[in-house]
Design a protein around this ligand. Structure first.
Ligand code: ATR
Length: 272
């Protein structure tokens, strides 16, 4: 029987995950089916229960249910524990659902392996302090940057995150104007600003001619943050489509114990 997988979220109709996992399954010869399921607010637990009862083997969880999925998981990986959010559930026959978070490793793989952007020993600026930012801090610090500055519109949230993760590496939290006068090797946008076509109000100094700008969001057109980086003369300014494919590959590996080749899938999505 074909194994069933799905992504749950709201909204979820435009998710690229079914396309990505279908391409992975075809490439690796795995007999599996992957759909998108829209879940009503507060409805995650019953939706997961129903999916599991109908033979579901694993789930991706997207906005706004990643914290709910964290609470639902009976066991969690260390990285999910630190992220405070779960984007992947492995559904166990006995109902002991395992929760993991593959977003951070997806970001790091896309930056380092696909783009060739080194993080070790570099000065990193992470913009935003919501769930998306929180999910990538531990994997970024694991790369041993010289410094990770978290800058957020609400400074107190960035300061609190820096305090929470300070045992893992050199990390500082501040408001958006906090980095004034400093420049960074890599600037990662983890805010929701791109959704409304705006860009966080960062000081001009942060971008130099060697800087990488990376937007965790993506779109058919360059995002506002990608355009912002280009306009300020960053060496590279790229969106997060590769991160999406890499986090999916890591989920696929957890479910199927097979690692798909992400390059052709990223290329195919770009060409669509
Ligand atoms: P997510 O789970 O996607 O991170 P979130 O937890 O609501 O969503 O966090 C959204 C992040 O985007 C926050 O860091 C938010 O800043 P505040 O903490 O000050 O609200 C940031 N954000 C949203 N719109 C923004 C904008 N127009 N400019 C700058 N930051 C913005």
């Amino acid at each position: 029987m074909t194994d069933r997988y799905a992504v749950m979220g709201n909204p979820v109709a435009h998710s690229k995950s079914p396309r990505i996992h279908t391409l992975f399954a075809r490439q690796t010869g795995q007999d599996m089916d992957y759909t998108a399921i829209r879940v009503e607010p507060a409805g995650l637990a019953s939706a997961v229960g129903e999916f599991h009862a109908n033979g579901g083997r694993g789930l991706n969880i997207t906005v706004p249910f990643k914290e709910d999925a964290w609470a639902l998981a009976v066991q969690r990986s260390e990285r999910a524990e630190l992220a405070g959010a779960v984007n992947t559930l492995v559904l166990d026959a006995a109902g002991k659902h395992f929760g993991d978070n593959t977003d951070g490793v997806g970001l790091v793989r896309d930056l380092t392996l696909n783009h060739g952007c080194a993080l070790t020993g570099k000065r990193l600026l992470l913009v935003g302090a919501g769930g998306a930012a929180q999910g990538v801090i531990e994997p970024l610090l694991t790369e041993h940057p010289a410094l990770l500055v978290v800058a957020n519109r609400t400074a107190a949230k960035a300061v609190a995150l820096a305090r929470r993760f300070c045992g893992l590496g050199r990390i500082e939290g501040c408001g958006l104007d906090g980095p004034d006068g400093q420049s960074f090797d890599v600037i990662i946008n983890a805010t929701a600003a791109s959704l409304s076509g705006t860009v966080p109000a960062l000081p001009a100094s942060v971008v130099s001619a060697d800087t990488w700008c990376y937007d965790m969001m993506y779109g058919d057109e360059p995002t506002a943050f990608v355009r912002w980086g280009r306009e300020r003369g960053a060496a590279h300014s790229v969106d997060g489509l590769g991160m999406l494919v890499e986090q999916a590959a890591e989920s696929f590996y957890l479910w199927r114990d097979v690692r798909p080749d992400t390059g052709p899938v990223i290329a195919e999505l770009r060409n669509q």
